[in-house]
Each structure stands twice: as structure tokens, then as C-alpha cells.
Design a protein. Sequence first.
Length: 445
Amino acid sequence: MHILIVDDEQAQRDLLAGYLKKRGYTVSIAASGKEAIELNRTTGFDLVILDLKMPEIDGIETMSRMRKVDPQAFFIILTGYGTVESAVEAMKIGAYDYLGKPINLDELEMLIERAHEDQNTKREVELLRQEIDEEYETGSVIAESRKMREVLAMIARVAKSDSTVLIQGESGTGKEVVARLIHKTGLRKSCRFIPISCAALPETLLESELFGYERGAFTGAEKRKIGKFELADKGTLFLDEIGDLPLTIQVKLLRVLQEFTFERLGGTAMIKVNVRLISATNQDLHQKVSEGRFREDLLYRLNVITIDLAPLRERKEDIRPLAEHFIHKFNNKCNKTIKGFSKESFEKLLRYRWPGNIRELENVIERAVVLCRSDMIAARDLPLETSAGSAPEEREALRDVEAAHIQRLLEQTDWNLSETAKKLGIHRNTLRMKIKEYDLKREDK
Ligand SMILES: Nc1ncnc2c1ncn2[C@@H]1O[C@H](COP(=O)(O)OP(=O)(O)OP(=O)(O)O)[C@@H](O)[C@H]1O
Ligand SMILES: [Mg+2]
């Protein structure tokens, strides 16, 4: 801990400095406020012990100027005449504590130790907060396209209710992101979000994961296990890949959903939980119902509200913001400073079909960030198969981009057609035709 002592009286300075050095602290001294401020320009201190009454720049002034440079430091104010008012004044502008003269050295040391601890806690909290912010940042949802903004509006509405939600979308379209967002912005945000994938586990394991078991329920059950349903009590249970749920468990799940009560495997006690259910699938559940592989009654229970996530190729306006978001993410992770995309490489991103959607985009960008040899990602950094038969698709992509661009300008000008046409450099009638052709509509605010 580096301590600065600021006092105009040499005897006092030397006494304190000698004492604290003996105690193992690193100590610097300054004979005036001015000197302290100068010193602080080049050196950071953890703690400043500061005489209140000094000629020229007094303690309070010194402190407020030092705090501007170094908001981390803690200040202990020494008050000569026991003037409580000025001490109070110092506390008001952010001093850590004050001490009356003559100084009781034991008291001072205790104070320093306490300050040291508080400082550590404060730093930890700040670190934690930063982590949370970053987590939130990387978990932030990008939604530029009209389709995604509609999804966001929908999420805002369902988050305020407690109804069961089914999220449908191809793999990698952000189903889990949406589920978490519903939870995070909803009524249950202070309780837990428990995800479980119905595809990853064999049937018996899945059942015990969901409902838990008692000791001795089967060979190997040495301890009681609390299932996900119980863990999610008062919070949200996210059943991922619900389409892969085996029929036997579908029956059990349905029964639980009627009453929200169940028994742990091998147990007799009825357990009641209060859980919000969100499920997700990349399969066509109605199709599975007609094939007899998914229970219709379960589908209706799960599917009170449906959120459909469009594949990335149907919301190309999201490609740029997502890609830039991922550059930022992997710049941080890989210590790179890539600024963006060359024109050619970005066109490649637009043309590609993205069968793996956002997850695939994320992987592609990660690889490009790692491989990229300049500060712009080049086409060769993106190994994307844009198949030979892609000419109609390319045209499709261009149309999407044009439609999105026109839509944006229209919104910007509040649907002023002349102004938009002028910005686009086309005639008003041409604009009218394009609006009709692309079926553009004014967005709800
Ligand atoms: N709108 C978005 N904004 C930012 N990142 C997103 C968005 N949607 C998805 N992602 C990112 O894309 C990746 C895939 O998202 P997620 O896991 O939610 O998709 P999924 O539909 O559950 O995929 P899968 O079917 O493969 O499980 C994640 O890393 C996620 O952070
Ligand atoms: Mg998923």
C-alpha cells in the first residue's frame, strides 16, 4: 500500500512517515498541497493522509484536485483544531475518514487497515461489475432487421406475462439468446434460468435430470439429486431441442404441466413448483405430431405463444451489425485490432446462404479474426462456399439489401417520399414502384 503524507509541519510529517515506514508501508511525503498535486501527476497513491489546515492550498482543495486525477485514492483528513465542521465538509466531498490532532498512532493504524480492506472490497466489486457489464455486452442482442425488431417487441410483451413460450427457428438463429432475454427482462429475472437440452441425454438420464431422484432410487443413486424442475422453482425452465423429447417423457412432462407437481424418482413426496416454461426447437412440431412422434396435447400446452426466428438469409440487414459485433468480441479475445471488412469480403458475407445461421457467422468471423493479416478482413479470410448455382440467390441478396436500405431511409425521413427519392437519387415514381414491389410498410413505433 502506497501512502502519501501531506503536512506543512515537518515534525508531524517525519513522525508519521517514520512510524508508517516501520510498519512496512511505502511512504511518500509532500510539504504542501501544491507539492502533493504535483507528485500525484506521476505517482498514484492508495491512501493520502492530509492535513486540513495548510497555507495556500488547504486540505479540502488539495483533496478535490487530487481526486480528479486519481479517483481511486482514499483520503484521511487530519484536523488540527478539532473543527468538526471542516472535517464534516471533507467527508462530504469524499474523504474516507478524519482524525483529530494530536494523532493517536494506534488509531491511525487501525484506520489505515480498515481503509485497506475497504479499498480491496471496492476494487473487487468494481471488477465484478465490469465482468457483468461485459457479460451483458456480449450477451446483448442485435436486431437491425425488421423481422428481429418485431421479435424484440414480442419479447417485451411476453416477458411481462408468465405464459409458456415456444421458440422456433433453424439451428443457430438465436433461440437460446431469445429465451434468456425473455427471462432477463421478465417478472422472474431475480430467480434462476435453468436450461436443459432434451437432445443431449439418453431417456433415463433425461428423466432424472428433469425430476431428480432419491437416494437408492436405482443402483448408483447414492445421493439425492434435485432435478431441473425444482432448481428452476420461481424462475424459468428452458427446454431446449424439445422436438427430441422421447415419447415416454412427453407423457410425464404433460402430467407435470397440468399441476406443476411431481415426485422425484424413487420418492413419495409430492413436490410443487412454480416454473415458467420456455421451450425451443428447430424441428417442425406439427409435422412430428402428424407422424405420431410428438404428442399433440403437449404441443398445445407448450405452444401458448410462438416466437419464430427467421434464418439469417432472410434478414440480411442483421449481417453487418452481427459481423461487427463478433469482430469486436474476438478482437478482445484474441488481442487483435481489426477494424472491419473489405468491400469484397462483406459482399461475400451477404451472398452466402448461412445454413448454420448466426452461430456459423460467429465461427466464420472468429476464424477470420485469427487468420487476418491486416486490419481489414479480406475475402480470402472467409472460406465460404457460394455455390455455382448462386446467381438467382445473388440477385435475391441484392434485392434484400436494396429493400432494407430503402426502408431505412423511409423511416429516417418519416416516410417523406420526395426526400427519400432525392436521397436515393431516383424518381418519386420509381420509389413508389419499389415500395410496392418490396411490400414496404411503415414500422410501428
Ligand atoms: N441477435 C443476436 N445478437 C447477437 N448474438 C446472437 C444473436 N442471436 C444469436 N447470437 C449468437 O449466436 C450464437 C447462437 O445462438 P443460440 O445458441 O441462441 O442459437 P440457437 O438457435 O439456440 O442454436 P442451436 O439450434 O444451435 O442451439 C450464440 O453465440 C449467440 O450468442
Ligand atoms: Mg440452442
